[in-house]
Design a protein around this ligand. Sequence first.
Ligand code: COA
Length: 255
Amino acid sequence: MSNEILTHVERGVMTVTLNRLDRKNSITAAMYAAMAEALGSAAADDAVRVLVFQGHETVFSAGNDIGDFLTQPPASQDAPVFRFLRGLGTFAKPLVAAVCGPAVGVGTTMLFHCDLVYAGDNAAFSMPFVNLGLCPEAASSLLVPQMLGYHRAAEALLLGEPFMAEAALEVGLVNRVLPPTEANAYAQSVAQKLAHKPLSSLMETKRLMKQGQQQRVLEQMALEGEVFARLLGAPAAKEAFGAFMEKRKPDFSKM
Ligand code: COA
C-alpha cells in the first residue's frame, strides 16, 4: 500500500490518513485503490470496530488528482474510485471523519457516507464538479439535496460555491467544530467511545438507519459514474482540466 495513504489499527480503530500534503492530499487512482483495500480489510477484520478518515490540520483533500484523472480516467465501474465509493456506501461498521482545511469534490462527498464528522474551524467544503465540466459523484446528487434541502444543494452543486465549517454544522454535515489542532484527536476519542460499545448493536443500528436507502445510493452512484465518465471525455472537462494544469481561468463561452 502506498505511503500516500497510511493505515493504522489501534485498540479497535483503523485510522486511514490522507498523506500527500505536497499535492494537497489530492487523490490518485492508486490512493483510491489503497482506500478501497483498507475499507475491505476493516470490514473483514474482527479486530477493527470503527474506521476513521483524517487528513492534515491544514487540508483534508483537494479531491481527485486532476493530472492523474487525465492520464488514467476511470474506465469502468471497476475503477478504483468507484470501488472506493461503493465500499464507503456499504461499509457496515461506524465511520468517523476529521476534516480540516479544504475538502474539495470527493473530499466533501465522502463525508455524506460517514456517521460522525468533526471539522476544524478552517474547514472549507466544496463540490465544484460543474466548474470542472463534470457532475456529482458518490451519490451526492441524491444525498446533498436530502441533507441540505434542494435550494442549498443547488448552490453547492450548481454554483460549486464553498461553504465553511459553521455552515456545515448548521445543515448537519458535521457534528462539531473544533480548533484544527484538536479535530483529529477528538475524532479518535469518539472512535474509542464507539469501539467500546457492542459492535453488533452498532452495526444493526447503522443498518436500520440506512435501510431502504442503500440500494438507492448504489444505483445513484452507478448512474453518476456513467454520466461522469461521459463528461470526462467532453470538451468542457478538457478545457477545465487544461486550464487547471496551465494555471489559467477556463473559457466555457463556446460550450
Ligand atoms: N490535482 C492535482 N494537483 C493538485 C490538486 C488536484 N486536485 N490540488 C492541488 N494540486 C497541486 C497544485 O497544482 C499545486 O501544485 P504546484 O505546487 O506544482 O503548483 C499544489 O498542489 C499546491 O496547491 P495550491 O493550489 O498551490 O494550494 P492552495 O493551498 O493555494 O489551494 C486548494 C488548495 C485545494 C484550494 C487548491 O489547490 C484547489 O482548488 N485545488 C483543485 C481542487 C479541485 O478542483 N479538485 C478536483 C475536484 S473533482
